[in-house]
Ligand binder design. Structure first.
Ligand code: ADP
Ligand code: MG
Length: 701
């Protein structure tokens, strides 16, 4: 017998051959024995129970019946010939129909006998019938009680089906596969971990996930395989982190000096929240540790991340280092620059801004001052990443709104200094813990979970089109009080034209309701140049206009404390995290703020849940959690590069407990054996070195 292994090309499997082998690779990405082994059933047909005929529902997938064949007749002629039977149990009668193999069935089925019948029922002319059911003679003496298994159902394709590789065909191949390699499926986890977490052997799990004897066997198998998925992902992530900590020395900020103290005592216009203080302590602890800091700062919009970033940068300056803060858009960078210079006042330290639109002469000057060390803090956009931007001694980097920057770009900033600078990545998109552990598993995580005192929670209402007058009313009232209003339209990606149409129609109505000169509008959309956008924005910021009409360009970071109403048109078109971001644009002052979600009457189930969630809560983490439940992790920023999408069984929304357990386990492993030198961790070390065994999900699908 040939010597099979997991790497054996699929064509060598009994029942495959070159032609089907090629098709399996092309259609399903199955190249090797291992690939087929991990082509998991996507559901199971329950063959462990029998249904009564009066319990059958055409909604069910296939069901298993036990009954007597009381009638069998052939109907029609030639190609229309079919075989019609009747099956009876104590609750009723169901019709059975076959269009193929009619002669053979006629000769082999026996009227009057009891059969185990398996198939899908459908309703035809108000009568239940089953076409092409499987028939198995019931023999009480042999005690065969049907097929007592959960029968696997596999995904397949039209092409494969033409080569008899439908779900059943694939099932046969998997049987052959398990026959030939079952005993040589290697174990991936060390015994001590398996025992501690009460996990069955990998090979048992793989056998049982394809052919579970019952529900409980299936759930043991699923547990084991989920564990593997999450465990090896965390192993990789935390290994990277462990290596980084050992390899990269960080600048040590030994002292808290004048810049920091001066700012804290003389400039800071408010008391820090406890959450802000806690995060500053965490950063302080990291920056004297001697290792490079990589920290993610999560905090809802308006929670006050900027001041934390600023004070961290001052700490760097106190210790003879420079710092920079990078934002994803020009508008945001400017906002940071204005905000920070205002907070700092004159004389504490030098600060400049560098963006794509910075003039040549100014640019040159900035480059020079960076190199000479005259410049302490640089604010900017992607422009900071250019090679020509060189610092004398960069010690601290802040990246705002991380999800817009790739890992690549983070790395670019790293390289701007001999000793890699400390990195603080800020995001206003709260990420559920499980996702953060995976997406940013190599970062430490800080959370600002407290808004500055005195903020009134934003009042959110959901209105249908018929209540538009109420909306205008509220706008008028607030504007009369001297407040400002945002009106946001969705960006319809498929059709920029349609997009503008909505916007224009909206603007028409608004100008009619809010005529000049009493009312003034700012209008911002994607077709404007950055300069035009900026000037429209500025008119609103300065209070020259009361209403800002925009497509979602204002989503990120804009801060106008006097704005108290956020109206979101066609709000059902927005994702939850976007809605949350937008709402965060108001409620920044001490006044009561409002968010109005306008929508059509026709809401999908999910759309309804989204809007209800927004009305119910303002807690970003709760919203993120709901978002994850609704959408799965696939659509959440950053998941593409993280391996989250390769998870076949584990679900970051529902397996949080398991993930936490596993992460703790992996942390413990690295704490007690950072280089995996112990005999008992040999398997893990081999995995990280070779990445071959037991990780089919890593092969790009
Ligand atoms: P975000 O976390 O969204 O970046 P910002 O840093 O822009 O939030 O802060 C929002 C507003 O709250 C700013 O005007 C800022 O000055 C103010 N702020 C920050 N911290 C506090 C605090 N502890 N008390 C009062 N206001 C604060
Ligand atoms: Mg911000």
């Amino acid at each position: 017998m040939a010597d099979f292994s997991l790497e054996t090309p699929i064509a060598y499997l009994k029942g495959v051959g070159p032609k089907r082998g090629e098709l399996l690779s092309k259609e399903l990405g199955i190249f090797t024995f291992q690939d087929l082994l991990y082509h998991l059933p996507f559901r199971y047909i329950d063959r462990t129970r029998f249904y009564k005929i009066n319990q059958i529902d055409p909604e069910y997938s296939s069901v298993q019946l036990l009954g007597r064949l009381i009638k069998l007749t052939s109907v029609g002629e030639g190609r229309k010939r079919r075989l019609v039977g009747q099956l009876k149990d104590e609750t009723g009668i169901v019709e059975l129909i076959w269009f193929q193999s009619v002669r053979w069935l006629e000769n082999n089925l026996s009227v009057g006998s009891v059969y185990i019948v398996f198939g899908k029922a459908s309703l035809f002319n108000n009568q239940l019938s089953m076409s092409h059911p499987e028939m198995e003679l019931y023999e009480p003496k042999m005690k065969n009680k049907g097929n007592q298994h959960l029968q696997p159902v596999y995904s397949s394709t039209e092409k494969l089906k033409r080569f008899s590789l439908d779900s059943k065909g694939i099932q046969r191949l998997v049987l052959n596969l398990l026959d030939s390699i079952y005993t040589s499926i290697p174990e991936s986890l060390p015994d001590y971990i398996r025992e501690k977490h009460k996990l069955i052997l990998l090979r048992e799990a793989l056998g049982a996930i394809h052919f579970p004897s019952d529900e409980s066997a299936l759930s043991l198998a699923v547990n084991r395989l989920k564990f593997d998925e999450l465990f090896f992902l965390q192993l990789k992530i935390l290994r990277t982190k462990t290596i980084n900590q050992q390899k990269f020395k960080g600048a040590q900020f030994h002292q808290v000096g004048n810049h920091f103290n001066n700012f804290y005592r003389n400039r800071l216009p408010f008391l820090l929240t406890n959450a802000q203080k806690r995060v500053l302590k965490e950063i302080r602890r990291d920056t004297i540790s001697g290792a490079q800091m990589n920290r993610l700062l999560q905090g809802d919009v308006g929670s006050g991340k900027t001041v934390v970033a600023l004070m961290s940068m001052l700490l760097a300056v106190d210790n003879g280092y420079q710092a920079c803060i990078m934002a994803p858009t020009e508008i945001l960078a400017r906002q940071h620059f204005h905000g920070i210079t205002e907070l700092l006042g004159d004389g504490i330290c030098s600060i400049r801004i560098l963006t794509g639109s910075t003039k040549k002469k100014e640019r040159r000057e900035i480059h020079e001052h960076l190199l000479s060390g005259e410049l302490d803090i640089l604010v900017g956009t992607h422009a900071l990443l250019e090679d020509i931007v060189q610092f004398q001694k960069l010690g601290f980097v802040v990246i705002d709104e991380q999800h817009r920057f790739g890992v690549e770009q983070r790395a670019k900033l790293w390289r701007k200094s001999f000793i890699p600078p400390h990195m603080l990545v800020m995001t206003a998109t709260p990420i559920p813990r499980t996702l953060a552990m995976t997406l940013y598993g190599d970062l430490d995580i800080s959370v600002i979970d407290e808004l500055p005192a005195g903020r009134k929670p934003i009042r959110t209402v959901h209105l249908f089109e018929s209540s538009r007058l109420r909306m205008f009313g509220l706008m008028r009232e607030e504007i009369k009080k001297g407040r400002q209003v945002y009106v946001v339209y969705p960006l319809i990606e498929e059709s920029e034209k349609l997009d503008l149409l909505y916007l224009e129609a909206g603007i028409d109505t608004l100008t009619r309701e809010f005529p000049r000169p009493e009312y003034q509008l700012s209008i911002v959309h994607g077709r404007l140049t950055p300069k035009e956008k900026e000037s429209e924005m500025q008119r609103f910021v300065k209070g020259e206009t009361q209403i800002m009409v925009a497509t979602t360009v204002i989503e990120v970071g804009v801060n106008v404390p006097n704005a108290s109403v956020m109206i979101i048109e066609n709000s059902e078109r927005f994702g939850l995290s976007q809605l949350h971001q937008l709402r965060g644009r108001v409620g920044r002052g001490a006044e009561q703020s409002y968010c109005i979600l306008m929508s059509t009457n026709k809401l999908s189930r999910e759309g309804k849940i989204r809007l209800e969630t927004m009305v119910r809560t303002t807690d970003g983490f709760e919203i993120a959690e709901t978002d994850l439940q609704l959408r799965g992790p696939g659509d959440i920023g950053g998941t593409q590069q993280s391996g989250v999408l390769d998870l076949k069984l584990a679900n970051l929304a529902t397996d949080q407990q398991l993930l936490q357990t596993i992460r703790n386990e992996v942390i413990q492993i690295f704490e007690s054996d950072p280089e995996l030198k112990n005999e008992e961790n040999l398997l893990l070390k081999n995995y990280l070195n070779q990445k071959i065994i037991g990780i089919a999900w890593e092969k790009i699908s």
